[in-house]
Design a protein around this ligand. Structure first.
Ligand code: NAD
Length: 495
């Protein structure tokens, strides 16, 4: 597999508008999960580097925070245009670094990210304070102000898109940013900084790379005014504690174990695509993956026949091949973790209906490839039905009626996504209302456009992204109370 673009062999940190090595020269290596080949070395940011990035943000903030909404909106539009001109490069980098198929990076990850910058360019122009006469003589004016320097940390499953979800509203709000991608997948955001860094004043965007346990820890404990995190619930809890200690806000987009439900009256074509969108998109490495597949008992046999056939036909292969439908898992470690869950499921009494193994055909043995997998005879109490597997492994669970489905779907510590497939609109809405999650898709799955709020109930997080309300999560609210009267209130009379 030859690499179709020129990657740098080494990527530095982007701090205060300059590229520089880590202060101790430390680096990490990033690999192509489809081949195991080395892609590049990236810097491992030290505490000194993280502090320098925060200081660069602090230095830039007084001027940047005073820019007008028009100016920042135009910058977001300019960034979107540059990204659009470089779509192919970015999609290829993302595919190489993450292992996800090029047909996804070129039609979802990168275009959706570009649209995010355009969306927040618009949201920003429509962002307004308020003025209210609270009584006859008191005028309350509410203004939105930028927060300051924000720390943003994202995971490896959608490195660029999760970046766009955080960067666009923070830039819109007028904040300065210290951004940390996952050490496994830093290249697309580093390319982003190379492409658009000079569209922003020096210090507004700082990108520090490195492992979570070092560079991430330094950022978590740095002198920032907000922490925005996407990743596992385990690390998210630590981020929330760090924010609480500093009394700063934190927004958290965390894990999930979402229910994707199929009633016997569903449209068969939509349903079969919906199962696959739910658990095979991005190799199942999706926080809101439809990983618990609930099927009405009256539809079960037909459903299994149809989905087993569909899963067997999925093309697992070279992520750069535009016909590939499923690429590589992120790395060997994750692949082993996923396969261990298949074993756990079997030991709990589940059976493999399809897949369940590494894909090794041709050159696939060199990379971290898995077969699309379904486990059946699963009970919702089993570990495979309760824990996030984060791979292309769906567990199929029978349900009887709406009430049974809602009860089982809600029996989870998570509450991020969910799906319901039926042609009965009333039933779809009853189920959607009954499931305690932030997003429910009806007759589709894993659609994530800008302009619709995305985020979790329960242990899946706090806050909503991809929607205008996240702009406010990057702002302070200033209230100015103006007395329009000419007489003192009379509480301290002078005679
Ligand atoms: P992770 O929690 O291990 O890492 C996420 C990020 O945090 C990475 O950049 C990592 O370097 C950093 N990090 C790790 N330890 C840290 C620490 N102690 N201090 C500071 N930073 C630290 O998650 P992951 O394995 O990269 O991603 C998979 C997880 O992300 C899954 O649980 C998935 O559900 C979740 N996720 C959620 C959403 C959402 O929107 N809710 C979206 C994508 C992924």
């Amino acid at each position: 597999m030859s690499i179709p673009i020129d990657l740098q062999s080494t990527y530095q940190l982007y701090i205060g508008g300059q590229w520089r090595d880590a202060s101790d020269g430390g680096t990490l290596t990033t690999y192509n999960p489809a081949t195991g080949d080395k892609l590049a070395d990236i810097a491992q940011a030290t505490q000194e580097d993280v502090e320098a990035a925060v200081a660069a943000g602090r230095a830039a903030f007084p001027t940047w925070s005073k820019t007008t909404a028009q100016e920042r909106s135009q910058i977001l539009l300019d960034i979107a245009d540059i990204l659009e001109e470089n779509q192919e490069l970015l999609a290829t980098v993302e595919t190489l670094d993450n292992g996800k198929p090029i047909r996804e990076t070129s039609t979802v990850d990168i275009p959706a990210s570009i649209d995010h910058f355009r969306y927040f360019a618009g949201v920003l122009r429509a962002d307004e304070g308020t003025a209210t006469m609270v009584d006859g003589s008191m005028l309350s004016v509410v203004l939105h102000e930028p927060l300051g320097v924000v720390g943003q940390i994202v995971p490896w499953n959608f490195p660029f898109l999760m970046g766009a979800w955080k960067l666009a509203p923070a830039i819109a709000a007028g904040d300065c940013i210290v951004f940390k991608p996952s050490s496994t997948t830093s290249l697309s955001i580093l390319e982003f900084a190379r492409l658009v860094g000079d569209k922003l004043p020096a210090g507004v965007l700082n990108v520090i790379t490195g492992s979570g346990s070092k560079s991430g820890e330094y950022l978590k404990n740095a002198d920032v005014d907000k922490l925005a995190f996407t990743g596992s619930t385990e690390v998210g809890r630590d981020i929330a504690l760090a924010a609480a200690k500093k009394i700063i806000p934190a927004t958290l987009e965390l894990g999930g174990k979402s229910a994707n439900a199929f009633f016997d009256d569903c449209d068969r074509d939509l349903a079969i695509e919906g199962v696959q969108l739910g658990i095979l998109f991005n190799q199942g490495q999706v926080c809101c993956a439809g990983s618990r597949i609930f099927v009405q008992d009256t539809f079960y046999d037909e459903f299994m026949e149809l989905v087993t056939k569909a899963f067997t036909k999925v093309k697992v292969g070279d992520p750069l091949d535009p016909t590939t439908q499923m690429g590589a898992q992120i790395n060997e470690g994750q692949l082993k973790k996923i396969l261990s869950y298949v074993e756990i499921g079997e030991s709990e009494g589940a059976k493999i209906a399809v897949g369940g193994h590494r894909a090794t055909e041709g050159d696939l043995g060199k990379g971290a490839f898995l077969e699309p997998t379904l486990l059946v005879d699963v009970d919702n109490k089993m570990r495979v039905a309760q824990e996030e597997i984060f791979g292309p492994v769906g567990v199929v669970i029978k349900f009887h009626d709406e009430a049974d489905l809602i009860e089982k779907a809600n029996d989870s510590v998570y509450g991020l996504g969910g799906g319901v497939f039926t042609q009965d609109l009333g039933r779809a809405l009853r189920v959607a209302n009954g499931i305690h999650t932030g997003r429910v898709w009806v007759n589709t799955y894993n659609q994530i456009p800008a302009g619709a709020p995305f985020g979790g109930y329960k242990e899946s997080g706090i806050g909503r992204e991809t929607y205008k309300s996240i702009l406010n999560a990057y702002q302070q609210v200033k209230n100015i109370m103006i007395n329009l009267g000419t007489e003192p209130a009379g509480l301290y009379p002078q005679d």
